[in-house]
Ligand binder design. Structure first.
Ligand SMILES: Nc1nc2c(c(=O)[nH]1)N[C@H]1C(S)=C(S)[C@@H](COP(=O)(O)OP(=O)(O)OC[C@H]3O[C@@H](n4cnc5c(=O)[nH]c(N)nc54)[C@H](O)[C@@H]3O)O[C@H]1N2
Ligand SMILES: Nc1nc2c(c(=O)[nH]1)N[C@H]1C(S)=C(S)[C@@H](COP(=O)(O)OP(=O)(O)OC[C@H]3O[C@@H](n4cnc5c(=O)[nH]c(N)nc54)[C@H](O)[C@@H]3O)O[C@H]1N2
Ligand SMILES: [Mo]
Length: 759
C-alpha cells in the first residue's frame, strides 16, 4: 500500500500515525492546503460525538407527536440499535400508511461529507424512494435566485460554472477585473466532493503580476487576495450601481450595439427602462449615488474605464442570497453584454470566482459515479428555503418559476447530512414550525443543534471511519479515502443504517453489494465517464493502492462562451431564443410583480435606505473562514477564531466609537426576530453602517431568556423568499441593532454540551 490519504470538501490530507495517534498533513502537492483539515482528529471533536442511538424521552414513552414543545429541552434516552431501528421502521410504516408518503419531508439539504458513496443525502433519498417517496427540495441555499433566473437569461449555473474563463487566460488578457463582492479566497478552500490542489490564490497573484488591475465593489475590503481599489457600496444596492454603469455606457455610445443585436434579445426594452422612458426615472449615476452611496463621478468614470479596457466582471454568490436576488445576476450578464466582450479572452463575466476552488480551473471535467437515488414517486417539493413556510402552512399554495404548487401536510422529517438549525433563516420562526411534525429523525456524527432538536438521533461514522472515494467532477484529484480508524462508540455508516431499516421494511436497499462492492461500481462509472473525455484511469485495485488519481491537467485555455461568440447560430446559449435574453418573454409572461421581464432595481424590505436611525446596521452573514458552515465548529481551529467564545461581529471604528464599543466587548445584536450575543472586532475593512457576523456558530438557545448565546446570525436573518420566481433564501437582507452588554448578561455558551441523557 502507498500513502494513505483522506479528503474533505476543504481538501486532501495525508494520514500519518504517530504512536497509534492519527495525525493529518496537507497534501504535499497542494500549494495552499486549508488548515481546517489539520484538526479533524482533535479531541474537542470526539467530545461532541453522538455515542449511541438516542430517543427523546416523551417520544419514547408516549409515542410520536408527544410534547413537541419539549424538543431540545428534555433528556434523550439511549437505546440499542435493534430497538432504535425497530421503532423507526414501525414509525415510517405508520406515517406512510396513515398519511401517505407526501407527509414525509426528506429534502435533507446539506453538505454532508466529501466521499461519494457515504454521501448522506444520496443514501437517505434512495432509502425514502424505495419506501414510496418523499417530499423533496429543489435548488440550494448557495444559489437559488441565481439558479432560477440564469437559465432564462443565458444558461444554467452549471452550464456557466463548467466553462468559466481560466485564470491563466485572465492573466494574459484581462486588463481590468471588476468584482461585486470580491474574490473571497477563504471560500475557495472548498469544493463539494473534495477540493484538489488549491489554486485560486496563485491564479489571482499571477493576474496581478501580469498587470491586471482590480476593483472591488462591496461593503468589505478584506475579501481580495491582491491589491485592489475598494469602492464601498451599501449591501443589496449593487443593481442600482450596475444600472448607472449601464446608463453611462448607453448614453455615451459606449454600449456595444453590434453584440447586443447579434447575440442578445430585448436590449431596446431594457434601454427604455434605463433611460426612464418606461418609469420616469433615468438610472443616472446621481440617481444611483443616492441609493448605493458611491460617488456619481466615480460611477461614470468606472463605466468609461470598463468600456476601453479588456474587462472581466465578477459577482459573488451572496449577492443573490437576498430579496430580489435574481436582479444582480441578471444585471451583471446585461452589463457584460453591453460591454460586448463576452466570449473574448479575458473579457465577459464570471459568476463566482472565489466561491469554490473549482471555479476558473481548466482541468478536464467529467461526472463522478454517484450512489443511485432511484425515482421518487412523490412529486410534491419545496424550494429549499421554504421549509418553515411548508411546516406552518399545509395546503397553502406557492409560486415557483412560473407555476403554482401546494405545500403538503408534513408529519415526519428525516435529515441526514445537513444542519437546518445552522443554515435556515429566522431560526426562532423555524423553532416554532419544528413543533409541527410528529417525528423528526436525524442521522449525525455530532450533537449539532439540529440533532439536539430531534426525536430520534442515530450516530454516524466520520470519513476516517469508513472507506470511500472523493471526487468532485471539477477538481484535479480523485482520492481513495481508506478507513483508518474504527467507528466511534456505536456509530454506524448511513448505508448500514438504511440497510438495517430496509431489512425491517422488506426492501432491497443494498442490491446485495457491500461497501467494497459499491465502491467498485462507483469507481467503474467514474472511469467510464473519464474515458469519454480521453482520461484513462487505473483499475480500481491499482487506484486503491495508489491512494490518489492525479489528473495532472495540461493547462489549456478556457474562454467562456467563445464558440457562442464566434458562431451564435451553431452554438446558441441554452435560452428559448438561443441568445442572451436581456428581456425575457418567458419571465415577463409569468406576470410577477417582483420579477419583471428585464433586470430591475427594487428597494429591499430591510436596507440602509430604510433604517430608522444610525443605531441600525445592515447585517452581512458571510461564509466562515475557519470552517465549512457549521462543520467542525467545535474544533480548536474554529474556536481560535472566536472572541470570548462567541462568533465575533466586525464593525467600522466610527460605528464602534459612536456606540461606545471597544474590541472584545460583549454585545447583544437584536431585531424584531431575535437576539444574540457576540463580541466586537473593529476594522476599517468594513464600511460604516454595516456589520458582519459569519455563519456557522452552533445555534445555542437560552430558551428561558429567548436569547441565542453563541453568535449564530440566523437568529436574526429574514425568512422571506428572494421573489415569487425563485423562492430563494434572503439571508443578506437584514437590519439589526447593536448594544453593549455586561459579561454577566452574556452567560456561558452551551453549544458544545451534550444534551441530558438518561441511561
Ligand atoms: N445567514 C446565512 N445563512 C446561510 C448562508 C449565508 O450566507 N448566510 N449560506 C447558506 C449556504 S450557501 C449553505 S450551502 C448552507 C449550508 O448548510 P449545511 O450544508 O446544512 O451546513 P453544514 O454545516 O455543512 O451541515 C452538514 C452537516 O452534515 C453532517 N455530516 C457530515 N458528514 C456526514 C455523514 O457522513 N452523514 C451524516 N448523516 N451527516 C454528516 C455534519 O456534521 C453537519 O452537521 O447554509 C446556508 N445558510
Ligand atoms: N471557508 C468556507 N468556504 C466556503 C463555505 C464555508 O462555509 N466556509 N461555504 C461554501 C458555500 S456552500 C458557498 S455557497 C460559497 C459561497 O460563496 P459566497 O456566497 O460568494 O460567499 P460569502 O462569503 O457569503 O460572500 C462573499 C462576499 O460577498 C460580500 N457581500 C455580501 N453582501 C453583499 C452585497 O450586497 N454587495 C456586495 N457587493 N457584496 C456583498 C461579502 O462581504 C463577502 O465578502 O462558499 C463556499 N466556500
Ligand atoms: Mo452554499
Amino acid at each position: 500500500m502507498g500513502k494513505t490519504f483522506t479528503a474533505a470538501h476543504w481538501g486532501v490530507y495525508e494520514v500519518k500515525t504517530d504512536e497509534s495517534e492519527l495525525r493529518l498533513e496537507g497534501f504535499a502537492q497542494d500549494p495552499d492546503p486549508s488548515p481546517i483539515g489539520l484538526h479533524m482528529t482533535a479531541k474537542d471533536l470526539t467530545d461532541v460525538r453522538v455515542r449511541r442511538p438516542s430517543i427523546r424521552k416523551s417520544w419514547l414513552e408516549k409515542g410520536p407527536g408527544a410534547d413537541p414543545h419539549l424538543r431540545g429541552r428534555e433528556p434523550f434516552v439511549e437505546v440499542d440499535w435493534d430497538t432504535a431501528l425497530d421503532l423507526l421502521a414501525a414509525e415510517l410504516d405508520r406515517v406512510r400508511r396513515d398519511h401517505g408518503n407526501e407527509s414525509i419531508f426528506g429534502g435533507s439539504y446539506g453538505w454532508a461529507s466529501a466521499g461519494r458513496f457515504h454521501h448522506a443525502q444520496s443514501q437517505v433519498h434512495r432509502f425514502l424512494n424505495l419506501i414510496g417517496g418523499y417530499v423533496s427540495s429543489v435548488d440550494n441555499y448557495s444559489l437559488a435566485a441565481g439558479r432560477v433566473i440564469l437559465p432564462h437569461a443565458i444558461g444554467s449555473t452549471e452550464f456557466l460554472l463548467d466553462r468559466h474563463t481560466s485564470f491563466d487566460v485572465m492573466a494574459k488578457h484581462t486588463e481590468l477585473f471588476v468584482t461585486f463582492g470580491g474574490v473571497p479566497v477563504k471560500n475557495a478552500q472548498m469544493s463539494a466532493g473534495g477540493a484538489g490542489r488549491h489554486r485560486v490564490v496563485a491564479g489571482m497573484l499571477d493576474m496581478e503580476k501580469k498587470g491586471t488591475r482590480f476593483i472591488n465593489i462591496g461593503p468589505v475590503s478584506d475579501n481580495m487576495p491582491v491589491d485592489s481599489e475598494w469602492i464601498a457600496n451599501s449591501p443589496n444596492t449593487d443593481v442600482a450601481m450596475m444600472l448607472a454603469l449601464a446608463y453611462v455606457l448607453h448614453t455615451e455610445d459606449l454600449a456595444h450595439l453590434d453584440f447586443l443585436s447579434s447575440h442578445c434579445v430585448g436590449y431596446d426594452r431594457f434601454a427604455a427602462y434605463l433611460t426612464g422612458n418606461t418609469d420616469g426615472t433615468a438610472k443616472t449615476p446621481e440617481w444611483a449615488a443616492a441609493i448605493c452611496g458611491v460617488d456619481a463621478d466615480r460611477i461614470a468614470s468606472l463605466a468609461r474605464e470598463m468600456a476601453c479596457h479588456r474587462t472581466m466582471l465578477n459577482i459573488s454568490w451572496s449577492l443573490q442570497r437576498a430579496v430580489h436576488g435574481e436582479q444582480p445576476f441578471w444585471m451583471l450578464v446585461t452589463l457584460a453584454a453591453m460591454l460586448g466582450q463576452i466570449g473574448l479572452p479575458g473579457g465577459g463575466f464570471g459568476v463566482g470566482y472565489g466561491a469554490l476552488n473549482s471555479v476558473g480551473h481548466d482541468n478536464v471535467r467529467f461526472k463522478s459515479g454517484a450512489f443511485p437515488q432511484g425515482d421518487n414517486p412523490v412529486k410534491a417539493f419545496i424550494p429549499v428555503a421554504r421549509i418553515t413556510d411548508m411546516l406552518l402552512n399545509p395546503g397553502a399554495t406557492f409560486a415557483y418559476n412560473g407555476k403554482q404548487h401546494t405545500y403538503t401536510d408534513i408529519r415526519l422529517v428525516y435529515w441526514a447530512g445537513g444542519n437546518p438549525f445552522h443554515h435556515h433563516q429566522d431560526l426562532n420562526r423555524l423553532l416554532k414550525a419544528w413543533q409541527k411534525p410528529e417525528t423528526i429523525i436525524v442521522n449525525e456524527p455530532y450533537w449539532t443543534p439540529t440533532a439536539k432538536l430531534a426525536d430520534i438521533v442515530l450516530p454516524v461514522t466520520t470519513p476516517l471511519e469508513r472507506n470511500d472515494i472523493a471526487s468532485s467532477g471539477g477538481e484535479d484529484l480523485i482520492v481513495a479515502m481508506r478507513k483508518v480508524s474504527e467507528p466511534f462508540a456505536e456509530a454506524r455508516n448511513d448505508f448500514d443504517i438504511f440497510c438495517g431499516l430496509a431489512l425491517r421494511m422488506g426492501i432491497n436497499f443494498s442490491e446485495n453489494l457491500d461497501e467494497e462492492g459499491w465502491l467498485r461500481r462507483l469507481y467503474g462509472a467514474t472511469s467510464a465517464n473519464a474515458l469519454e473525455k480521453k482520461v484513462e484511469m487505473p483499475s480500481f485495485d491499482q487506484f486503491w493502492q495508489d491512494g490518489i488519481f492525479d489528473l495532472k491537467p495540461d493547462a489549456w485555455p478556457v474562454v467562456m462562451l467563445q464558440e457562442f461568440r464566434d458562431a451564435p447560430d451553431e452554438h446558441p446559449v441554452p435560452t428559448p431564443s438561443g441568445r442572451i435574453e436581456i428581456f425575457s418573454e418567458t419571465v415577463d409572461g409569468f406576470g410577477l410583480p417582483d420579477c419583471p421581464g428585464h433586470p430591475t432595481w427594487f428597494e429591499p424590505p430591510e436596507w440602509l435606505g430604510n433604517r430608522e436611525s444610525d443605531d441600525q446596521f445592515h447585517l452581512i452573514s458571510d461564509q466562515p473562514v475557519r470552517r465549512l458552515h457549521s462543520q467542525l465548529d467545535a474544533s480548536p481551529y474554529s474556536k481560535a477564531g472566536k472572541v470570548k467564545g462567541r462568533e465575533p461581529v466586525l464593525m467600522n471604528p466610527t460605528d464602534a466609537e459612536r456606540c461606545g464599543l471597544s474590541a472584545g466587548d460583549f454585545v447583544e445584536i437584536h431585531n424584531q426576530r431575535g437576539r444574540l450575543i457576540s463580541a466586537v472586532l473593529i476594522s476599517d475593512a468594513i464600511m460604516p453602517g454595516v456589520v458582519r457576523l459569519s455563519t456557522g456558530a452552533w445555534f445555542d438557545m437560552d430558551y428561558e431568556r429567548n436569547l441565542e448565546r453563541h453568535g449564530n446570525p440566523n437568529a436574526l436573518t429574514l425568512d422571506v423568499p428572494s421573489s415569487s420566481l425563485s423562492q430563494g433564501c434572503s439571508a443578506q437582507t437584514c437590519l439589526v441593532s447593536v448594544r453593549k452588554i455586561e459579561d454577566e448578561y452574556a452567560g456561558a455558551v452551551e453549544a458544545f454540551n451534550h444534551p441530558r441523557i438518561d441511561r
